[in-house]
Design a protein around this ligand. Structure first.
Ligand SMILES: [Mn+2]
Length: 298
């Protein structure tokens, strides 16, 4: 079987922190570029293509719309969506380095276009990211990107960059352990497939992934994107993240996860790594970002 590892790997930085209130997460692409992660991934085939910056903004303390800093979020997402359409080639592997998870709505919808609307998505996260502007307690867009990409925003959709809606049957989530009450009601009503940490511990990652692949890719023909929020992992491994929740995934879980991903070969097409905030904690987090890259690309 051909592996995704034979492809050229394009790395895009999404230097965005506008989806949540903590500064620092927007600097991660520049730091990882200085750290030369492309050499660690593949000294020959991996290269940075660009770093997309967010617009100037001042965090809206008083929420002026159901989405805090609505216009700046819209602008940042459009820039990332456009950059992916510009740089992503369906024959390459596309690695997107955030930034907070607000970029997830534009990465999955843009990559869905790149792959002829044949993309399935595995979303690793402690949170549901399925709030709508009307249910979100905080108004922070990084808690809403999956709801947006799945078309859960009712009129108005607030902003739209020509994205395609991802079908709900093509999405699964792993690592969930902190859902807001109304968010959980939406996820259950709409039928989002998600596995909580309790389920991962009870039935094991091997079985979780078996069920996920069977559900989101029953005929073995979808392209697979992984949107990896490092808060899906345990905060002892990634303390440098904005909204940590105890009791997350470990590297043994990730190895088993990657065993399933490897088995789909070249249909593993893209990965987001988001919510790495090295200004909250640097040493352990940076070391484990590199560990994560090793487990993914070697
Ligand atoms: Mn997230």
């Amino acid at each position: 079987m051909v592996s995704y590892l034979t492809k050229n790997i394009k790395i895009l930085g999404s230097a965005v922190s506008i989806g949540q209130p903590k500064k620092g997460v927007e600097h991660t692409p520049a730091v990882l570029k200085i750290e030369k992660i492309e050499k660690l991934i593949d000294p020959v085939k991996a290269e940075w293509v660009d770093i997309v910056n967010q617009p100037q903004y001042k965090i809206e303390r008083l929420r002026q719309s159901p989405i805090r800093n609505l216009l700046e979020n819209a602008k940042a997402n459009k820039r990332i969506h456009d950059a992916i359409l510009k740089y992503a080639d369906p024959n390459d592997f596309f690695l997107n380095i955030g930034g907070d998870h607000s970029i997830g709505s534009s990465t999955v919808t843009a990559l869905n276009r790149v792959h002829n609307e044949n993309l399935a998505v595995i979303w690793i996260d402690a949170h549901g990211d399925c709030n709508t502007p009307l249910t979100s307690p905080s108004g922070n867009y990084h808690g809403m990107p999956l709801a947006h990409a799945l078309g859960f925003f009712k009129e108005p959709v607030y902003f739209d960059w020509g994205q395609t809606i991802i079908p709900i049957t093509s999405v699964a989530m792993i690592g969930i352990r902190d859902l807001d009450i109304e968010e959980k009601i939406i996820m259950d009503k709409e039928g989002v497939l998600y596995f909580t940490m309790n389920q991962v511990r009870n039935i094991g990652m091997d079985k979780v992934m078996g069920e996920i692949m069977h559900k989101i890719d029953p005929y073995g023909e979808k392209m697979i994107h992984v949107s990896l929020d490092v808060d899906g992992f345990d905060p002892t491994l990634f303390p440098g993240t904005g909204t940590p929740v105890p009791g997350g995934l470990n590297f043994n879980d990730y190895k088993i996860f990657m065993k399933h991903i490897r088995s789909i070969g070249e249909r593993f097409v893209s990965l987001d790594i988001v919510e790495v905030n090295l200004e909250i904690e640097r040493n352990i987090t940076l070391m484990n970002v590199k560990e994560l890259l090793k487990h993914t690309f070697h």
